[in-house]
Design a protein around this ligand. Structure first.
Ligand code: NAP
Length: 254
């Protein structure tokens, strides 16, 4: 019997209960990946996504964990070890904005939460993934895709410069980590979405932001979560085997 006959690759997608993460999970399931669905609050959405992924043929593990808390990240990875025993992909997708504000009014607690979830969460998830995927650690290699944002380039003035700065850090982290891991079988890339129609804008107090900002996009429309997911899936897959340390803009030309 061929021991690899039923071998499927496992990907952890953080913040997969909604938006870009959920769309990516569905595309990954259709492409044959097994999936760890991480979420922080919305258990109902995560469970219903997992049921959908199972119908698409994927084995799933649904894990509640706040990526802004190291101990919860460690617990999540030990659950992955027990359930799947291997990891081949990580999508550092979980991310937050906050209410629109000028920097002059930003509190320490707001800044600390933003950096903890958007930067530290991604770095610590990558650290734990490296221990499981790196050929230097007896892993079989893998791919890490980080979610940046066009805000890293444009700065999001008078809305959320703190968020933009956190995504700038993600770009730097991607470039450095990719080079550090280039001989360890792990590729590291980022996707930089533009204005994408998801709930994230409502969480910043601007539920109509995607529609309102569409006229400033060269393609004159917001993007969809699925359009971002397609880019993530490509970077995860072996189809992008010579691509590392890259940032792929999915911005409608912005
Ligand atoms: P979204 O619709 O607001 O969904 C956010 C997801 O992240 C949810 O699944 C949420 O879980 C999860 N999450 C939030 N905080 C978390 C935490 N501390 N730990 C674990 N999970 C957490 O966001 P989105 O628009 O899909 O954005 C996904 C990524 O793309 C983010 O990194 C964002 O910065 C980036 N991005 C988005 C846009 C855009 O226009 N939408 C543009 C550029 C970049 P619950 O359901 O449990 O709350």
């Amino acid at each position: 019997m061929n021991p690899k006959k039923n071998f499927k690759k496992v990907v952890l997608i953080t913040g997969a209960s909604r938006g870009i993460g959920a769309a990516t999970a569905k595309l990954c399931a259709k492409a044959g990946w097994d999936i760890v669905v991480n979420y922080t609050q919305n258990q109902e959405a995560a469970n219903s996504l997992c049921a959908e992924l199972k119908d698409l043929g994927a084995a799933t593990l649904c894990v509640q964990a706040d990526v802004g808390d190291e101990s919860q990240i460690l617990k999540m990875f030990s659950q992955i070890d027990s359930h799947f025993g291997a990891l081949h992909g990580l999508v550092n997708n979980a991310g937050i904005v906050d209410m629109t504000s000028h920097v002059v009014d930003m509190s320490w607690s707001r800044l600390e939460r933003m950096m903890r979830i958007n930067i530290l969460g991604s770095i610590v998830c990558a650290r734990e993934a490296i221990k499981r995927m790196s050929t230097d650690h007896k892993g079989s290699g893998g791919s890490i895709v980080n979610l940046s944002s066009v805000a890293a380039r444009v700065g999001a003035p008078s809305q959320y410069v703190d968020y933009a700065a956190s995504k700038g850090a993600i770009d730097s982290f991607t470039f450095g980590l990719a080079k550090e891991l280039a001989t360890q079988g792990i590729r590291v890339n980022a996707v930089r979405p533009g204005i994408i129609d998801t709930d994230i804008h409502a969480s910043g107090g601007l539920p109509n932001r995607a529609k309102d900002l569409a006229p400033m996009v060269p393609m004159q429309r917001a993007g969809t979560a699925q359009e971002v997911g397609e880019a993530i899936l490509w970077l995860l897959s072996d189809e992008s085997s010579y691509t590392t340390a890259s940032v792929l803009d999915v911005t409608g030309g912005r």
